[in-house]
Design a protein around this ligand. Structure first.
Ligand code: EPU
Length: 420
């Protein structure tokens, strides 16, 4: 098992490019199931989660591969002979495998998909996905740990989500594109990745309006065609790199981002004293002499993203003053706190709130990643800590960051991957 070894204290400088967005690539790869033929995707990040989604698709009988010559290209071929089933062995390694449920039932009339279990950051039920599919006429049973969904032909309907859910919105949207008639989805997630999926589906011939707002309207069509598409940049990876500049006292340009997707992060970094400037399709972050504490409340997009909470907490741990961080999306997303304590951070948790008292400095120590964003947070803290920090359980990092240690070392960080 690999670990990341960091010797802290180097200010990061230079330019780095954001990769394609994990949370857009996953639903988009699943959407290939909606058409016969081969879809081609560019700018697909090389991540463990993407490899898992390709495997899920192959298990069903798709021809789903990453191109060996052009490594950011993935192709998914569907020839109509599909076994519409996602097994427990794969779903348990990646909850987002559940994104095949909507496309399968819409296109093949049935699906058998393992129920994702709990997760390190929260219970994460899928009741809203199922509620949406039922509203479109799917017959749904839970048997032996599997969701079994059937519908000869889905029919348009009204879906009002009780909870705003990103993959729930995506799953139901992918089902509704082939339903007969008109579907209205209310209280939808407004994340850029939902909008990106709708863009891809519309390129395939779907008729979706309103993605990116809380009401999405879909006029069902009889069939879709395969697509070619380049995935949008990863706003969370880009945000993590901006925080790396800020925490290390550096000055970094993150190229190829969509700045308007990152407004809430940019605002908080500015409040903390950083200078953020848009520069040629990228964002530059220059650290201040002294970082100031800021308060953060995670909410759905366009609010501050939960996927950046752990990274901002690392930054706040060395800022001047006290920061109050409210986590409103997941009930158990403070697993990085005990590990940050090992580096010398002063953080107390009260329910959904963490109170971070900035300390003068952190000191390196061995720490353990507990989930994807927690691992990024520990690496960021390690960049600042005096001495050596070893971050183990790096498989969490590899699920969602494309060679983060290489990107950081390209900016001057003393960081390497080692076999543990
Ligand atoms: N929820 C329900 N019922 C549902 C669905 C969700 O109660 O049927 C609750 C969840 O338990 C949670 C809240 O609603 O408390 C929001 O969950 P959501 O469904 O939006 O999360 P998700 O779709 O499972 C995606 C991202 C996550 C990101 C969240 C929130 C993908 C593949 N995953 O998850 O990404 O944290 O939205 O923005 O898009 C990550 O990249 O590190 C990551 C965890």
């Amino acid at each position: 098992m690999d670990k990341i070894v960091i010797k802290g204290g180097q200010a990061l400088h230079g330019e780095v490019q954001a990769s394609g967005a994990k949370n857009a690539a996953l639903p988009i790869l699943a959407s290939a199931l909606l058409a016969d033929g081969t879809s081609t995707y560019r700018n697909v990040p090389d991540l463990a989660d993407v490899a898992t989604m390709l495997k899920v698709l192959r298990t069903m009988g798709c021809d789903a591969e990453r191109n060996t010559e052009t490594s950011d290209v993935c192709q998914v071929g569907v020839n109509g002979h599909i076994t519409p089933e996602a097994p427990y062995e794969l779903v348990k390694t990646m909850r987002a495998s559940v994104l095949v449920l909507g496309p399968l039932v819409a296109r093949f009339g049935r699906a058998r998909v393992s129920m994702p279990g709990g997760c390190a950051i929260g219970a994460r039920p899928i009741d809203q996905h199922l509620k949406g599919l039922k509203a479109l006429g799917a017959d749904i049973h839970l048997t032996e740990g599997y969701v079994e969904a059937q519908a000869k032909q889905l029919k348009g309907g009204t879906v009002n989500f009780d909870v705003i859910t990103v993959t729930g919105t995506e799953n139901v949207m992918m089902a509704a594109v082939l339903a007969k008639g008109r579907t209205v989805m209310e209280n939808c997630a407004r994340e850029p990745e939902v909008e990106e999926l709708a863009k891809v589906l519309n390129k395939m011939g779907a008729r979706i309006e309103g993605a990116g707002t809380s009401i999405i309207t879909i006029q069902g069509v009889d069939g879709l065609k395969p697509v070619e598409h380049a995935i949008l940049p990863d706003r969370i990876e880009a945000g993590t790199l901006l925080v790396a500049a800020a925490i290390s006292g550096g000055d970094v340009l993150v190229k190829r981002v969509v700045p308007e997707h990152m407004d809430a992060m940019v605002e908080k970094l500015r409040e903390a004293g950083c200078t953020l400037t848009a520069e040629g399709g990228g964002l530059r972050c220059k650290a201040p002499q002294r970082l100031e504490a800021v308060n953060i409340t995670t909410t759905e997009h366009p609010g501050f993203p939960t996927d950046m909470q752990a990274q901002l907490m690392a930054l706040m741990s060395v800022s001047q003053g006290t920061s109050v961080i409210n986590e409103n999306i997941f009930e158990n997303r403070f697993m990085h706190v005990p590990e940050l304590h090992r580096l010398g951070a002063d953080i107390t948790i009260q329910g959904h709130t963490a109170v971070v008292k900035g300390v003068k400095g952190l000191s390196g120590a061995p720490v353990m990643a507990t989930d994807l964003r927690a691992s990024a947070s520990l690496i960021l803290a390690g960049l600042r800590a005096e001495g050596r920090t070893d971050v183990s359980r790096v498989y969490h990092l590899d699920r969602g960051y494309e060679r983060l240690e290489r990107k950081l070392s390209g900016l001057g960080a003393d960081i390497r991957r080692e076999k543990a």
